[in-house]
Design a binder for this molecule. Structure first.
Ligand SMILES: Nc1ncnc2c1ncn2[C@@H]1O[C@H](COP(=O)(O)OP(=O)(O)OP(=O)(O)O)[C@@H](O)[C@H]1O
Length: 253
């Protein structure tokens, strides 16, 4: 059974339809990236998946008992508020120090337990948010542009960490990113969203799809090559989400 199944989902705010007939599924252990321009409904999709936004049409099914870890776009913590990393992580319910130590290690920042949140660098802060999402041992991580404010090497390092997290914990990942060229190596599957699913498939296929190029241009070719590396695992392409351009991936494959 899929961890998450989105079936023919439409989302409206008043008269404004921001998602139309979106269908997708996330399988255990998969890394799926959602790309799309500003305002294309990416955050609305994540909100519908966690149940914070009701569907106008269609439905979202979560596997019973599914544990979701959520990493927000950004989180502001008042610099004058003294709060250590450990205390911050223990805000997540019944969490022991051991759980915090383990989550920080998985997030790639094993030595931050006693540090003040306000003294972390941007990259360390995002990893502590990641640890906060990991602390309850989720089946799936949802990341909403978790690398905002990081420079490109910082983003690339963060996404490599996500791959390590998947390898170490087996959890699935559904993430939003503007940076296909950076998430390329980490993603099994990419869904390009623009109110509807305009193309979907492996990163290579999506990056060369005319629909993606129409939205993002072709300027990332060099970066794609730079960040691409060989995977030592083999994930199936997964189901191609229903969309308006059925021949895209087949033509490119
Ligand atoms: N609570 C809301 N009420 C009304 N309109 C909303 C609400 N949330 C989002 N919208 C609108 O829905 C559309 C999609 O927004 P959403 O945040 O899902 O897009 P996004 O792809 O995540 O954008 P970005 O890349 O800029 O974060 C936008 O036009 C936005 O203004």
């Amino acid at each position: 059974m899929s961890l998450i199944n989105v079936d023919n989902l439409s989302v409206r705010y008043g008269a404004n339809t921001v998602l139309r007939h979106v269908s997708l599924a996330v399988e255990p252990g998969e890394i799926v990236t959602i790309v799309g321009p500003n305002g294309s409904g990416k955050t609305s999709l994540l909100k519908a998946i966690i149940g914070a936004t009701p569907p106008a049409e269609g439905r979202v099914t979560r596997k019973p008992g599914l544990r979701i870890g959520y990493v927000p776009q950004r989180l502001h913590i008042d610099a004058t508020l003294p709060i250590t990393v450990e205390r911050f992580l223990r805000l997540n319910g019944e969490v022991t120090r051991q759980d915090c130590v383990a989550a920080l290690a998985t997030a790639g920042v094993p030595d931050l337990l006693k540090r003040q949140m306000s003294q972390l660098s941007g990259g360390q802060f995002q990893r502590v948010l990641l640890a906060g999402a990991l602390v309850n041992r989720p089946d799936i991580l949802l990341l909403d542009e978790a690398t905002q404010g990081l420079d490109q090497p910082g983003s690339a390092a963060f996404y490599r960490q996500i791959e390590d997290v998947r390898r170490d914990t087996g959890c699935a990942v559904l993430m939003i990113s503007h940076e296909l060229h950076v998430v390329m190596s980490a993603s099994d599957r990419v869904i390009c969203l623009n109110g509807h699913v305009c193309c979907a498939g492996t990163p290579d296929v999506v990056a060369s799809a005319p629909e993606y190029r129409a939205l993002f241009g072709t300027g990332t070719g060099g970066a794609l090559a730079l960040y691409r590396h060989d995977h030592d695992h083999d994930h199936a392409d997964g189901p191609h989400e229903g969309h308006d351009h059925p021949n895209t991936h087949e033509a490119a494959e």
